[in-house]
Design a protein around this ligand. Structure first.
Ligand SMILES: [Zn+2]
Ligand SMILES: [Zn+2]
Ligand SMILES: [Zn+2]
Ligand SMILES: [Zn+2]
Length: 239
């Protein structure tokens, strides 16, 4: 890497040996060039610092694509559309709302009750679990391992809806271990929007809470009024 001071009023072709102490995203040949470049760099240092911090968060996720995809997005090489296209998911079924161009052309009037994952079985939880969930799942890694899903699968983009419910249930003390207390889980889900086209993902709650009757009531302005009756009966039978 070459010294970043080159070009902005300074000529330098030396190799970089030190980085900006704040953002650690820009490198210089020497302390004096780091100081000389500060008046130019300070306008972008905060933004770069934030981006570098979010990279650290991404390292905690087990997915093979998250860090790579984010760097490519920052470098404008990858968009949500191209990310989905590469996986054959662009403007397909439940994935329709995962990019802006798909979201703008989809309609909540067509509820996604019949949408599947549109992925090979190694990449999605389309079958029942091989084993009952035996312990608390505490991370995406736990979940992917339990469900035998490859870490390069993009399903986490959609599965965060049911897994957030699972996590919330854990926080209030509902676990599969104490569900003998009640065999019904009644969830009131407020303000769904694009989830309405992705209702099939909530079927994963059945794997997370085996043997429990799960009833989800979706409440919010995005639910088409002419569909609200149908929704209440159909979504219960889906789950
Ligand atoms: Zn330099
Ligand atoms: Zn900086
Ligand atoms: Zn798109
Ligand atoms: Zn209800």
């Amino acid at each position: 890497m070459k010294c970043a001071a080159n070009g902005s009023g300074t000529r330098c072709s030396s190799a970089a040996t030190t980085v900006c102490a704040r953002c650690e995203a820009v490198a210089y040949c020497s302390l004096s060039h780091r100081i000389a470049h500060w008046s130019h760099h300070k306008t972008e240092c905060d933004r770069l610092q934030q981006q570098m911090e979010s990279l650290a968060v991404l390292n905690d996720f087990p997915f093979t694509f998250s860090r790579q995809a984010t760097i490519q997005v920052c470098a404008n090489q990858e968009t949500r559309c191209s990310f989905l296209s590469k996986r054959g998911l662009h403007r397909v079924g439940m994935w329709m709302c995962e990019c802006l161009c798909g979201a703008s052309s989809s309609s909540f009037d067509l509820l996604g009750l019949n949408n599947g994952w549109d992925l090979p079985s190694a990449l999605c939880p389309c079958r029942g679990p091989e084993a009952l969930v035996s312990e608390r799942l505490c991370s995406w890694r736990d979940y992917f391992k339990w469900r035998s899903i490859q870490f390069d699968s993009p399903v986490a983009l959609l599965l965060h809806w049911p897994l957030t419910i699972y996590h919330a249930a854990q926080l209030v003390g509902i676990t599969t271990l104490n569900l003998e207390v009640s065999d019904k889980l009644h969830i009131h889900y407020l303000g769904p929007e694009k989830e309405l086209l992705q209702l099939a993902v909530f079927g994963e709650l059945q794997a997370l809470f085996p043997g429990v009757h799960i009833h989800i009531e979706l409440v919010g302005p995005a639910i088409p009024p002419q569909r609200s009756d149908a929704l209440l009966t159909t979504h219960c039978s889906v789950i």
